[in-house]
Design a protein around this ligand. Structure first.
Ligand SMILES: [Zn+2]
Ligand SMILES: [Zn+2]
Length: 379
């Protein structure tokens, strides 16, 4: 028991007061966790494109004011009534994809899309439809059920997992989103061993797909990105080939080029761009009869994908996954152990570091072509 148990904690949080506004470091009051809730002392957080998407105001479902952030690492400060899955002092990663093990989705064994907290999480609230955050008495929304841009945050007990305390939180915080998403999309899909793979987009997720494809022993891994600086990154993570579509002859489409150089197309392709035109190219680069294309990138609201139905009739499969299909509470501890055993790369993604006071600069870092991930020290 810490001496803050049951009390309101006043700490610093980066609050976004309105669409398109920079974050502002504020004194925030964080209420104690209610039943089946956990209050976490956040030590480190990554900054992800999804945070920027909401901050920018492009997300039509964005709610303000809000405390963003969903790639966090921290230590449990206190727990509410009925919490058994984590305890005070545990090193934890908050999960924006909950795992209750009781809902229809969890019980299906077919998906990680737990429905337990989905509705209220989308409203920026805890399950009792209130917020644990206030600034000068005014409630502030939660974000993705995690709100890791606060020194203390409250999450549902189904939305947090304890991990090996030997793992440095300034690194494994990144397993809260992009790296795990990429890992799951590859490793949880059977058949990639000995197969050819193409990855569209070489940001955090694309590099993660490349790394995971080497783990499952894909025979050829083609990285595709319009930024030539990504070639070195892609090769470092295990890509065998790098193609910059902007260097192809005039009028040559990337999917046609890939089909040509792979004797009919790829066995597996992955979109890690969120661009619906790239998603189409990724599908059409697949081999007739068996090629499978996975959409991982998150497109802007309202966007639609298209292709000729002939592409599917002739045996290509279009699929997608969220958080890589990973059940966070069940699978993340093993992934952390794989990282500690040197099997899964994490350290290599961290290109930038920022102090909490510089969090807005961290958002600027993200837009630079040389940034894979910026990790913010919350102390
Ligand atoms: Zn993310
Ligand atoms: Zn569930």
């Amino acid at each position: 028991m810490s001496d803050t148990t049951g009390k309101v904690i006043t700490c610093k949080a980066a609050v976004c007061w309105g669409a398109g506004e920079p974050l502002k470091i504020e004194d925030v009051e964080v209420a104690p966790p209610k039943a089946h809730e956990v209050r976490i002392h956040i030590l480190y957080t990554g900054i992800c494109h999804t945070d920027e998407y909401t901050r920018s105001g492009k997300d039509p479902e964005g709610l303000f004011p809000v405390i963003l952030g969903h790639e966090g690492g921290g230590i449990v400060e206190s727990v509410g009534e009925g919490v058994t899955s984590v305890k005070v002092g545990d090193h934890v990663i908050p999960l924006y994809t909950a795992e209750c093990r009781e809902c229809k989705f969890c019980k299906s064994g077919k998906t990680n899309l737990c429905s337990s907290v989905r509705a209220t999480q989308g409203q920026g609230l805890m399950t009792d439809k209130t917020s644990r955050f206030t600034v000068n008495g005014k409630p502030v929304h939660h974000f993705m059920g995690t709100s890791t841009f606060s020194q203390y945050t409250v999450v549902a007990d189904v939305s947090v997992v304890a991990v090996n305390p030997k793992a440095p939180l300034e690194k494994v915080c990144l397993l809260g989103c992009g790296i795990t998403t990429a890992w799951g999309a590859v490793v949880k899909q059977p058949g990639i061993a000995g197969s050819t793979v193409a990855v569209f987009g070489c940001g955090c997720i694309g590099l993660g797909v490349i790394n995971a494809s080497t783990l499952v022993k894909a025979s050829r891994i083609i990285a595709v990105d319009t930024n030539p600086a990504k070639e070195a990154w892609a090769k470092k993570f295990g890509a065998t080939d790098f193609i910059n579509p902007t260097t192809l002859p005039e009028g040559k489409r990337i999917q046609d080029y890939l089909v040509e150089i792979t004797d009919g197309g790829l066995d597996y392709t992955f979109d890690a761009t969120g661009n619906v035109h790239v998603m189409r190219a990724a599908l059409e680069a697949c081999h007739k009869g068996w090629g499978v294309s996975t959409v991982i990138g998150v497109a802007a609201a309202g966007q639609e994908i298209s292709t000729r139905p002939f592409q599917l009739v002739t045996g290509r499969t279009w699929r997608g996954s969220a958080f890589g299909g990973v059940k966070g509470r069940t699978e993340l501890p093993g992934l952390v152990d794989d990282y500690l055993a040197g099997k899964v790369r994490v350290d290599e993604y961290v290109t930038h570091h920022r102090k909490f006071a510089e969090i807005n600069e961290g958002f600027h870092d993200m837009h630079g072509g040389d940034c894979i991930r910026c990790v913010v020290d919350m102390s």
